[in-house]
Design a protein around this ligand. Structure first.
Ligand code: NAP
Length: 259
């Protein structure tokens, strides 16, 4: 299928690895020029150069922490006028409900709620002026089915989801869509670190921890950044203009719900 977005320009934050990279690759495969971001410059430059070589699109790389005001300014200045925005950042640490103080919540809200909101506020006016735009926020399965030990993530991402629900319906008439993608477990560094934690807690190997987790997923496997990216590229395509304010779960059936 021709996604119809060749020559458009996208900003994908937190995209040197994992799901952000998956989205960047799929957009590049559709002919989209990219602005990529991550904190670590080496991995980011490697990803940028590999995408340039593979797809022949223009790629600008901005190494900075996207959760800071200075980082956001650097990235937005480098991005200029964009047609597509994919927001992403690292997830907050796990813990118990009683572990967290105000500062922990502020950090999580900054990373997983206020950063995507700031990026949308900066990018939406230009998209609305052009009469076309696409925003995809990477959130989590935990928005639909909270994960008890990820209280910081549950709180921040649900806040973002509420903001998007209203905003998406205010900008849709200008040809701009905003949707969220909700990953269940995917085979990225984040999954390796979660499996490592489970292995340590239970005194089993990382491979055993992975096998146990896979058994809880109806698809009996982890998702891949490639299939996640393919859905992201579709949501950013010319074919998705009637998909507005949705929360799209990619979890291999793990969330046990009818709707
Ligand atoms: P990942 O493989 O660890 O990759 C994270 C990417 O984001 C890296 O490129 C990292 O590069 C960059 N990054 C992290 N913090 C950043 C920051 N403050 N500023 C700029 N770049 C930053 O993670 P992932 O699995 O793709 O997860 C992406 C998001 O989806 C996370 O919020 C995660 O919590 C959520 N999620 C993932 C899963 C899963 O199973 N993978 C499930 C549910 C939700 P640097 O470290 O160099 O900055």
């Amino acid at each position: 299928m021709d996604l119809g977005i060749k020559g458009k320009r996208a900003l994908v934050t937190a995209s040197s690895k994992g799901l952000g990279r998956g989205c960047a690759e799929a957009l590049a495969a559709a002919g989209v020029d990219l602005v990529l971001n991550a904190r670590g410059a080496d991995a980011l430059e490697q990803t940028a150069s590999s995408i340039r070589d593979a797809y022949g699109v223009a790629v600008t790389a901005v190494a900075t922490d996207i959760t800071t005001a200075e980082g956001q300014k650097l990235v937005l200045d480098a991005a200029g006028s964009i047609d597509i925005l994919v927001t992403n950042a690292g997830g907050p640490p796990p813990g118990l409900w009683s572990d967290w103080e105000r500062d922990d919540f502020i950090k999580a809200l900054d990373a997983n709620m206020l950063t995507p909101i700031a990026l949308m506020k900066a990018s939406l006016p230009g998209m609305m002026d052009k009469g076309w735009g696409r925003v995809v926020n990477i959130t989590s399965q935990s928005v639909k089915a909270p994960i008890p030990q990820l209280g910081l993530s549950n709180a921040a991402r649900t806040g973002l989801t509420g903001y998007v629900a209203g905003t998406a319906r205010q900008v849709a008439e200008k040809g701009v869509t905003i949707n969220n993608m909700l990953p269940g477990i995917h085979a990225t560094d984040r999954a390796v670190s979660l499996d490592g934690g489970a292995a340590q807690a239970q005194g089993i190997s990382v491979e055993e921890a992975k096998t146990q987790r896979e058994a809880t997923i109806p698809a009996r496997r982890y998702g891949t950044p490639e299939e996640f990216g393919a859905m992201c590229a579709f949501l950013c395509s010319i074919h998705s203009g009637f998909i507005v304010g949705q929360n799209i779960l990619l979890d291999g059936g793990a969330t046990n719900a009818t709707i």
